[in-house]
Design a protein around this ligand. Structure first.
Ligand SMILES: [Zn+2]
Length: 228
């Protein structure tokens, strides 16, 4: 009986330590501020699109970079970490523009409601290596897309320049009936033999930090910004 009480006590103590650590995590504090703070405080969380002039990519949209690459926080977990970054906006779905992060070519599969992927023939960090950039949630909850007409479903190899408009941020998440916060999800995806790997798996993506010149890996995001 006494052992049982010790076990319960230890479990409660561990839970408390976990909760306090989660509460003190500055990244979680930022989320609370974004969800509940007043407009002036929230404005301090909004990242500029070009935070590092010498970085090869620009951010696709202005907003709060809330979920990071390699992020284990909900709806993700230690075993299923976030494979891109999420940029949240205050604007209504279909209002906040999404721009190309670099020069390249747009592809969109026939059944992609809210998504495009961009081929970048030469990775600026590993020249001669091709990479891809994936953008999603550019539709409303009913699945009406906010993607520019030249990137209609089924297109391949549509040229685009850095900073050109792709579409607008939405809140569509086809598989989940619940409403998601309005955001764009962006990931840097590895190539295999000329085509993109499935970006659902983090092993098929790259740490976006050096591309954007911001600390975007959850595990090292408290360190100095790696503006190259
Ligand atoms: Zn995401």
């Amino acid at each position: 009986m006494r052992l049982f009480r010790y076990i319960i006590g230890a479990a409660l103590l561990l839970s408390l330590i976990f909760l306090v650590r989660a509460w003190r995590n500055p990244r979680n504090q930022q989320f609370l501020t974004w969800a509940t703070g007043d407009d002036d405080v929230r404005a301090t969380l909004i990242a500029e699109r070009d935070p590092c002039a010498t970085a090869p990519f620009i951010l696709p949209s202005e907003g709060f970079v809330g979920l990071l690459w390699n992020d284990p926080r909900g709806p993700y977990s230690q075993s299923r970490r976030h494979q891109g970054i999420d940029i949240f906006t205050d604007e209504a779905p279909g209002t906040q523009p999404v721009y190309a992060v670099a020069d390249g070519f747009i592809y969109r599969e026939d059944d992609w409601v809210a998504t495009v992927i961009q081929r970048i023939p030469s990775d600026p960090l590993q020249p001669n290596q091709q990479i891809w950039v994936y953008y999603t949630h550019m539709a409303d909850v009913q699945g009406n897309d906010f993607i520019e007409p030249q990137f209609e479903r089924g297109v391949t190899e549509v040229p685009i320049k850095q900073g050109e408009l792709i579409g607008y941020i939405g809140n569509y998440d086809g598989n989940v009936p619940s409403r998601i916060w309005t955001h764009v999800h962006v990931s840097v995806v590895k190539d295999s033999r000329g085509t993109y790997l499935n970006e659902y798996f983090i092993d098929n993506t790259l740490d976006p930090s050096l591309y954007f010149g911001m600390a975007l890996d959850y595990e090292s995001a408290e360190k100095t910004l790696p503006c190259p």
